[in-house]
Each structure stands twice: as C-alpha cells, then as structure tokens.
Design a protein around this ligand. Structure first.
Ligand code: NAP
Ligand code: MN
Length: 264
C-alpha cells in the first residue's frame, strides 16, 4: 500500500453533464487552493468525474503515460466498479485524498495484437461481424481449441466481467481474481458446427489467438472503440505483461456491495 501525499500536477476528466461539470468546478477550486497545478499534458493524478465509461475514456486518453500517473474517481450516479465514491460522498472523497489517506492498486489491461497494431483494453476486446457468419479458429496457448462460427467472440478482463461480458451471459468475476473470460456472441451450434458455447474462464496467463481466412466486415472492439480488421488473419489477446492502470482507492468496499448497487 503506497501513500501519496504531495501530488501537484493534476487534471480532471469529466462526463459532460450538469452534475459532473458542477463537481469538476468544485474540485478545481479546492485543488488549486491546496498546492495543485492544472497540467493536462503531464499530470501525476487524473481525477475522473462521471461513470465507469468516463474512467475507461480517461485510461485511453492517457494510455501512453500510464506509468507516470494514477487515477482517482468519483461517480455521479451509482457506485461504479472503477470508483469508490458517489457524488454525495464528495467531502470524504476529497478529505481522504488531501490527507493521503488512500492506497494505490493496479488494474491489468488486455493487450491485443492485430498485424502490427497493438491495442489495450481495460474491459474487453471483441471480434464482431454483424454482416455475415464469422468463422474463426480459436487457439489457447498455441493449442488449437475449436472452430467457432457465429457473430463473434468477447474476451473480458476481471474488471470487464460486469460489462459487455455480463450481457452475453458470462460469469461475473470477483475482484482480486487473476482471470480472463471468453464468451461467444451468438454462436451457431448444430450437428455440423460445434464450439464450446459456454463462457470459458481462464487464468490471466492464457494467450488466446483467433485465426480466419476472412475477417472482411468484422470489427475489433476495444472497450468503447472499434477498428476495422478486413485485412487481418490473426488476432491475439493476453493480459499485458507491461502495462497496468494505477488507481487510488479511498475506501474498502466489498465487491458484492458494488454488484448490489449497480444491478440489484
Ligand atoms: P458506455 O455508455 O460508456 O457504457 C455502457 C454502460 O456500461 C454504462 O452504463 C457504463 O457505466 C457501463 N460499464 C462500463 N464498464 C463497466 C464495467 N466494467 N462494469 C459494469 N458496467 C460497466 O458505452 P461505451 O463507452 O461505448 O463502452 C464502454 C463499455 O460499455 C464497453 O467496454 C462495454 O463493456 C460496454 N458495452 C456493453 C454493451 C452491452 O452490455 N450490450 C454494449 C456496448 C458496450 P457508467 O454508466 O458508469 O458509465
Ligand atoms: Mn460512456
């Protein structure tokens, strides 16, 4: 547990709604009164005001300098998976930070290789083809596992298990578990076409490779971004051995409280 006392260079990433922008204003005021300097180019701390979607946006915005900064988030809505505080907890959120009463944790990223492109995802990567049946061979740790046919596949991190993965019927993975999960997106199953069909939870050391002669019209989804992969023949995903996301936490909240707060 690392304590941070004097983080001076900061920035704020805010979801552009009334409540969040209001909170951003208040935050600027307090921070500049406490020896903080607005520096959006080289911040040491990135405050995130909004939702999990805002957090994902912030991570992608600072993807090239993740080792130099950490994120600290407040959610203007429910409790998030990437934030410990709701807007009604604003005072506690600030006091904890200013007193250095926070601890740092690291979130893994998924690293996706497609030809010479490398992408990083905090929630999940998807291969999706809504135009025609996508056929692909799935390799796990270099071993051919199955031939899949259907709309696509989703590979999720533990953090992403409550996002798209959950909508696909994938299992929610408790925080702290070093796992990744692969889910089919509308797989076709009958006597000629067989793939596992059920979600597959794997160790986060697994390397998954999707191969196809034809990815025409398929897209590669990386969190909220999508890329065309018409020319690709092979796409690999694994937990990034190099990049992680540093996050300040101000409270211990049980994972089940988060789940309850969002879904029940
Ligand atoms: P977005 O509107 O920012 O996010 C869609 C919803 O997913 C929001 O309500 C967001 O929460 C929530 N969310 C994001 N990450 C989450 C997580 N790890 N656990 C639980 N909920 C989470 O949409 P976007 O910016 O295009 O995409 C961001 C993410 O949305 C993607 O990574 C994908 O997982 C998810 N998504 C899901 C579906 C689906 O379930 N069918 C479809 C598309 C995208 P906040 O309200 O707190 O921001
Ligand atoms: Mn969003």
């Amino acid at each position: 547990m690392v304590k941070y006392l004097h983080m001076k260079k900061y920035t704020i990433i805010t979801r552009p709604d009334e409540d969040s922008l209001q909170l951003e204003k208040k935050l600027h005021k307090v921070l500049t009164a406490h020896d903080h300097l607005l520096d959006s180019t080289n911040p040491e701390i990135v405050f995130v005001v909004g939702g999990d979607g805002t957090f994902i946006y912030a991570v992608h915005h600072y993807l090239d300098q993740l080792e130099n900064l950490c994120f600290y988030g407040i959610h203007t809505g429910t409790l998030g998976f990437y934030t410990d505080f709701k807007d009604s907890d604003f005072d506690e959120f600030l006091t904890k930070y200013l007193n250095g009463d926070t601890f740092e944790i690291k979130y893994p990223l998924l690293e996706v290789h497609e030809e010479s492109n490398i992408y990083y995802a905090i929630n999940e990567m998807r291969i999706e083809n809504v135009v025609r049946t996508q056929e692909m061979d799935v390799y796990i740790n270099n071993q051919r596992f199955e031939t899949y046919r259907g709309t696509g596949m989703c590979v999720s991190s533990q953090n992403g298990s409550t996002a798209y993965n959950r909508s696909l019927g994938g299992a929610v993975l408790q925080e702290g578990l070093n796992l990744i999960e692969m889910c089919e997106i509308a797989g076709i199953h009958h006597k000629h076409y067989r793939s596992l069909s059920s979600p597959l939870v794997m160790s986060d050391t697994s390397v998954i490779r999707f191969e196809s002669d034809n990815f025409t019209n398929a897209i590669l989804g990386i969190d909220s971004d999508v890329y065309s992969i018409d020319e690709a023949s092979s796409i690999t995903v694994q937990t990034s051995p190099t990049k992680t996301v540093r996050v300040l936490r101000g409270r211990e909240i049980s994972y089940f409280s988060r789940l309850q707060s969002l879904f029940l």
